[in-house]
Ligand binder design. Structure first.
Ligand SMILES: N[C@@H](CCC(=O)N[C@@H](CS)C(=O)NCC(=O)O)C(=O)O
Length: 223
């Protein structure tokens, strides 16, 4: 059986979410380069894999998938017996354990991701792409993210991780955007470090070897 394939650049937040999950699950993978600069993600061949023309796309034998969080859930289900076995909830946690993880994966996708993506775009990618930054969009995204992080701060005051006492897919899904905010922006640092419980949570989840490996892959790709 060949290793699974992930299509897209490691610098993409959605691609690195999938890579972190594969590393947690100890699933060997092959990263297939897709140049966004050359619009390879809009080519007919790529659209057969990802009909919206975005990265990542994913293949495991006959199975082709898109949407990073759905891909992560598939990886957890397919490779259930290996690597980290509590990504989809603690052992014996049943439907409630899985729902707690799903609830915070959804919170990431619906509440954390939109403002943090907008902020990362304005503060990190716009300057790299020599695009004009939009102060109104930055202010709006920051305001929305602040409100979301206030909810996280309260929740994490009574819970080690988002879905309970174990690191799960819910925490993992936050790593890519939070990493960009912290590693590359002063504003992101202020937003995260000023909240004691969020800061404690971030220190713990970003220290995982799986994420360190993704960061190393990004460094090598940028070199
Ligand atoms: N919801 C999608 C989002 C994918 C996405 O936004 N990918 C970005 C890179 S992080 C992309 O392909 N951007 C190029 C484009 O939209 O043309 C997922 O999680 O997989």
């Amino acid at each position: 059986m060949g290793s699974v394939k992930v299509y897209g650049p490691v610098m993409s937040t959605a691609v690195s979410r999938v890579l972190a999950c594969l590393l947690e699950k100890e699933v060997p993978f092959h990263l297939v380069p897709v140049s966004l600069a050359k619009a390879h993600h809009k080519s007919p061949d790529f659209l057969n894999l990802q009909p919206f023309g975005q990265v990542p796309a994913f293949q495991d034998g006959d199975v082709t998938l898109f949407e990073s969080r759905a891909i992560c859930r598939y990886i957890c289900d397919k490779f259930v017996g290996q690597g980290n076995q509590s990504l989809m909830g603690p052992e014996g946690g049943g439907a409630a354990g899985r729902a707690a993880v799903d609830q915070w994966v959804e919170a990431e996708a619906q509440s954390f991701n939109p403002p943090s993506t907008a902020l990362v775009f304005q503060l990190v990618f716009a300057p790299k792409m020599r695009l004009k930054q939009d102060p109104n969009a930055t202010r709006d995204a920051e305001g929305r993210l602040r409100k979301v992080l206030d909810v996280y701060e309260r929740h994490l005051g009574g819970s080690r991780f988002l879905a309970g006492e174990e690191f799960s897919l819910a925490d993992l899904c936050h790593l890519p955007n939070a990493h960009y905010l912290l590693a590359e922006t002063d504003r992101g640092q202020q937003l995260l470090w000023s909240r004691r419980n969020v800061a404690r949570w971030w220190e713990e989840i970003s220290g995982r070897p799986s994420w360190a490996k993704v960061v190393e892959m990004r460094r090598n790709a940028a070199a």
